[in-house]
Design a protein. Sequence first.
Length: 157
Amino acid sequence: MAKQDDLFKSVISHAKEYGFIFPSSEIYDGLSAVYDYAQNGVELKKNIREYWWKAMVQMHENIVGIDAAIFMHPTTWKASGHVDAFSDPLIDNKDSKKRYRADVLVEDYAEKINIKAEKEIEKAKARFGDAFNREEFVTTNERVKSYLDQKILFYSV
């Protein structure tokens, strides 16, 4: 426990020194274990938020981003499925003793398939040069078609 306390103190000290956090209400003797974002902390938080927004909203055609209140009428939460049907199926790996969200595993696998397809497309592009037609290649190459069909099939499950 002493090691964890020392580690925590050193992380806090480092974050203060490099302008990521300040003790909250410091000029009025502060509050114990409460911190405000400093100049670099604000930028880091902004960058993480922007990266998350791009990854979760802008990179998906079927996602529409909104910025709504957390406090909503209970009917809204019920209609969205968060009350009755919301669940994150988890999968336990008995060998590694780790737990994974099923949707993350599906997305990771689909991305691996997509990378394989893109490698095939890039090889063909290098082979055919200026005469390369991506749309034609994707619709006629059996290997690429099977990769993309796997991806579509996997997402539909």
